[in-house]
Design a protein around this ligand. Structure first.
Ligand code: SF4
Ligand code: SF4
Length: 304
């Protein structure tokens, strides 16, 4: 197989993004993630499979999807109009999506080749050139579709397009070694530094993540830390102190640090792909909380 024919599962491609690295960027969201963060704001990116996405607010209970599906996935209660979905029987064929007049159904995830992804990426080259932007691979977790990610990065490099890779850091170390030369900037997530709470919040401990961060920096990789802060989950003074310690340990090598205040939008999206609402019970971060976090970290010497 030619490298450019390699395919991967893509959730979405956003052009003209301003928040995923420097300048104006095209962000490619790959589907599938080895973590299961309690606060995930993109729950439709967690599964490595294509999946049915149902927006109940749009459903008019017309019944077209019931008739279209050969697998008996959709059920409408004749009395209440309540719409139940038997996801275990769904093959994500898309037949019901095409018949829904209310645009209440979508299939999340599309198998795309490197060439197909690069087509929209290359269209915005003039914006990248003017703004210092480029392409960002995000997710899900791009390192979990490693061969595809490596080919995308190589294609961007061949076309002299700046590359960012947003990663949770939880992947075999050799994979980071292999792409170090074709990543201009890692946007490296730090979701907390208490190993036990990190495991409770994300499903994995911090060991591999922190050793990969250390390894990338020692090998000359360019890294900006990205720290999601979730009220009551990872924003205590002790959590902030540990973050500041981490930043100071690598301050000479790091290229900045950002905080990413929690927003509760993920809960509704999780239900749309049939994921149970996470038992997070956190509110969207308030302005007061953001101000406290920023002031605390700045006081401790972090450039947030
Ligand atoms: S995607 Fe296909 S299998 Fe799944 S509910 Fe729709 S028609 Fe049925
Ligand atoms: S086709 Fe669309 S609007 Fe009609 S019942 Fe199915 S999901 Fe609802």
């Amino acid at each position: 197989m030619e490298a450019r024919e390699r395919t991967g599962l893509v959730l979405d491609i956003h052009r003209c993004s301003l928040h995923d690295g420097p300048g104006i960027r095209t962000t490619v969201f790959l589907k599938g993630c080895p973590l299961n963060c309690a606060w995930c704001h993109n729950p439709e990116s967690i599964s490595f499979q294509r999946e049915l996405y149902f927006i109940p607010e749009r459903c008019t209970a017309c019944g077209a999807c019931v008739a279209a599906c050969r697998n008996g996935v959709h059920h409408l209660d004749p009395a209440t109009g309540e719409h139940a979905i038997d996801r275990a029987s769904c093959t994500a064929c898309g037949a019901c999506v095409r018949t829904c007049p209310a645009e209440a159904l979508e299939i999340k995830g599309r198998e795309m080749s490197v060439e197909e992804v690069m087509e929209p990426v290359l269209k915005d080259r003039r914006y990248y050139d003017r703004s210092g932007g480029g392409v960002t691979l995000s997710g899900g977790e791009p390192m979990a579709q490693f061969e595809f990610t490596a080919e995308l990065l190589a294609a961007a490099r061949e076309n002299e397009i700046h590359t960012c890779l947003e990663t949770c850091g939880h992947a075999p170390a050799e994979r980071f070694d292999a792409i170090l030369e074709v990543v201009d900037l890692f946007l490296f997530d730090v979701k907390g530094l208490d190993p036990d709470r990190h495991k409770a919040n994300t499903g994995v401990t911090t060991d591999l993540i922190l050793s990969n961060l250390d390894r990338i920096l020692k090998r000359g990789g360019h890294v900006r830390l990205r720290c999601p802060l979730v009220p009551g989950r990872n924003d205590s003074d002790e959590d902030l102190r540990r973050l500041a310690d981490l930043y100071r340990r690598y301050a000479d090598a790091l290229e900045g640090m950002e905080i990413m205040p929690y927003h509760a939008m993920g809960e509704a999206k999780g239900a749309r792909v049939g994921r149970p609402v996470p038992p997070l019970k956190a509110e969207t971060a308030s302005e007061e909380q953001k101000t406290r976090w920023t002031a605390w970290l700045r006081e401790a010497g972090c450039p947030v």
